[in-house]
Design a protein around this ligand. Sequence first.
Ligand code: NAD
Length: 267
Amino acid sequence: MMKGKKGIVFGVANQRSIAWGIASKLMENGAEVAFSYMGERLKGNLEKLLADKPNAKMYDCDCSDESQIQRVADQYKADFGTCDFVVHAIAFADKSYLEGDFLPTPKDVFLQAMDVSAYSLVSITRSFRPFMNRGCSILALTYLGSERVVQNYNVMGVAKAALEACVRYLASDLGPHGIRVNAISAGPVNTLAARGISDFTHLLKIHRRVAPLRENTTPEHAGGAGLFLLSDLSFGMTGEIMYVDGGYNVTAVGNLDAYNLSADSKD
Ligand code: NAD
């Protein structure tokens, strides 16, 4: 499905990363994949994951620094010439504010979450745009906490709302050039980033009790949908937020057994 296509994946931290689920599917399907990681420690993880691909290109990048994004774009262009896909699977917020109320969130924490988790998509897209082929597909990762309140998700929910709006505006800008921009809204996955959210294991438990498919989302689930969105199979789709969450988003009151109602003494 991806034979002859080449592109870059931002955000593999380890084998549990959603980005790794997507990159694995891309490589299995014949894509040539370059990687961007943040810092030496994560480079070591990537090198282990790519042990059977010693020639894979990897670029260090802190995406809060636009000059580093531009440097990666320049390095990528020198190595590959053109680009058929970009995966943005990066997010950050100070975990002290991923618990309790949203109201106390300080301005610097708010702006940093927005910068790394939303603006970086704009910045990466702009830097790679000059050498994107017609048919290029860009993919970001989001979560339902952008649209509805998920306790403790707080400032990340606001940043994801901004990210989703960026997807739509970028899709509108780039559509006339045959470049598509979409996002996957994944259900909770137990990753490094997710473990920064307070009580995250409760979220996982609620999800697998309530979601119609009664299971947790995995990087492989996101990988399958990512492959579709990055391949030509989805050539009629842009500006879309596609749910890969076992159907959780369609439920209001789901499986009643999930709520332990008989234990509530007030009824
Ligand atoms: P992860 O920890 O595996 O990946 C997060 C990545 O963001 C890491 O590789 C980290 O290095 C990178 N990152 C953070 N700050 C950065 C910076 N300044 N510059 C460059 N990279 C930076 O976790 P994940 O859950 O796989 O996250 C990938 C994406 O999926 C994120 O956008 C996340 O919000 C989204 N997502 C996650 C879940 C979930 O439950 N895990 C659900 C829906 C969406």
